[in-house]
Unconditional design. Sequence first.
Length: 138
Amino acid sequence: MPLIIALMFLVAGISTPGQSSSLTERSSLTHHRTQERRAHSAQINCLPSGTKLDDVVSYGAKGRGTVTVQQKLAELKARCKNRKLVDYRGREIRFFRTSCWGNPPADYREIQQRQNEELQKLQKRYAVIVFGCNPMIQ
């Protein structure tokens, strides 16, 4: 099939021969995924205080491509069990916020070392979601 005809089919949303997914199927799949995310977020009612589903866990380049708590919990297949947040293996999930500075204090190396030790200790026992620093601050 000539390239121009294939492009016309693509722009019009018509399946080309041998193409299995249509625009309607993709739209339905997107709608289904949105419903799954909403259902999943409704189940997570045991978040620790001070943590919200739309809090940003990590930042992409120039503020794009951020990952939220909700996305991270969906990735871990998190659920509430006995009023505790657990991952798909049943390990309790903990949140860890690192110190972020625009202009670091004089003792920032000691602070980072203590944080790293604390994080390593938590990671031995729990599934840990680490909040990254906003690159616009640093």
